[in-house]
Design a protein around this ligand. Structure first.
Ligand code: PEP
Ligand code: MN
Length: 338
């Protein structure tokens, strides 16, 4: 970090800042120009927040950050991209990983039909909500543990690993007992006690971007997981709130490309929540892949018009199979029991 002194800073004020920088665990490097003095705080193990607080010290004009505040997720720390293994499916290895399934698990029939259909079309993982974060408390909230049992059953039949959302710290153990990967939903991205708990969970985590979160906030949320000991984290861009009302959210494709520059973690796109419109899912899936996404999360329902949640953005099974072909994915001939 760099502390920029005011042109009117006195020698005592400069000395004070140098002492504080040292007290905070950094080396102080003084650069004295003709008009002003600049002091670099150098080192990686100091107390960064206290250097930032020097903005309030007499004679200081500004404190400028040079390194990213997220250390462990940053490519400054690790150049090589991380590959996250979800029960044999490798995310970030170069192949586009497709996670598909219903927004909510509604019944055994609905889930099994979807699981078989997406498997035949070439999907790599099955998604499905058991605990649903709904804007209204009067909307379908998910089948809970019953849905987790159905997801496990579908996984056993198709061989597809499952990803499902965990909404509360109190549910982490039970969800981890059934799911191969735990999803942190957009609304929970900054639920720090949930993140701390998941940092100690043995399962990989899919961390969705909050609808109003900056890229920095998103990567700092991932930092909680890595700092707590869980390095198996996949990021998911699922659209952000903007002034636009024609789409449900605005899928931020530039975030995908930028996160690939800033972080070694895999990043996938969710064009279903990102657009809210079925017709936009195929083009935005291809756009996300072109932007560098390591995978896609796509909502699929055997009969979207009857879906209990997110029907308007769900593809039906023929629509999903068509998209998979366009993405160059090979369909399977039949589903064999795993
Ligand atoms: C979901 O994936 O079903 C979901 C609720 O997504 P998000 O948290 O991105 O809204
Ligand atoms: Mn949904």
């Amino acid at each position: 970090m760099i502390v920029n002194m005011s042109t009117l800073a006195t020698a005592d004020e400069i000395t004070h800042v140098i002492e504080r920088i040292k007290e905070c665990g950094y080396q102080a490097h003084l650069i004295q120009g003709a008009e002003r003095t600049v002091i670099g705080a150098v080192g990686s193990n100091g107390r960064r927040a206290e250097i930032e607080a020097l903005r309030a010290a007499p004679g200081v004009q500004d404190v400028i950050q040079i390194a990213h505040p997220f250390k462990l997720v940053s490519r400054q720390l690790r150049q090589r991209y991380t590959v996250v293994d979800v029960s044999g499916v490798k995310i970030g290895s170069g192949d586009l990983v497709v996670m598909a399934g219903p927004c909510s698990v509604e019944s055994e029939e609905q889930l099994m039909e979807t699981a078989r259909g997406v498997k035949i079309a070439g999907a790599n993982m099955l998604r499905g909500g058991a605990y649903k974060p709904r804007t209204s408390p009067y909307d379908f909230q998910g089948l809970g543990v019953e849905a987790l049992r159905l997801l496990r059953k579908a996984s056993e039949e198709t061989g597809l690993p499952i990803v499902t959302e965990v909404m509360s710290e109190t549910d982490v153990e039970v969800v981890a007992g059934y799911a191969d990967m735990l999803q942190v939903g957009a609304r929970n991205m900054q639920n720090f006690s949930l993140l701390r708990k998941l940092a100690h969970c043995a399962r990989p985590i899919l961390l969705k971007r909050g609808p109003s979160a900056s890229i920095k906030e998103w990567l700092l949320a991932a930092e909680y997981l890595l700092a707590g000991g869980n390095g198996n984290v996949v990021l998911c861009e699922r659209g952000i709130k903007t002034f636009e009302t024609a789409t449900r959210n605005t899928l931020d494709l530039s975030a995908i490309a930028l996160v690939k520059e800033l972080s070694h973690l895999p990043v996938i796109a969710d064009p279903s929540h990102g657009t809210g419109l079925r017709s936009l899912v195929p083009p935005m899936s291809k756009a996300a892949a072109a932007a560098g996404a390591d995978g896609l999360m796509i909502e699929v329902h055997p009969c979207p018009e009857r879906a209990l949640s997110d029907g308007p953005q769900s593809l039906d099974l023929p629509g999903f199979a068509e998209l998979m072909k366009e993405l160059g994915k090979e369909p399977l001939r039949e589903v064999k029991a795993a």
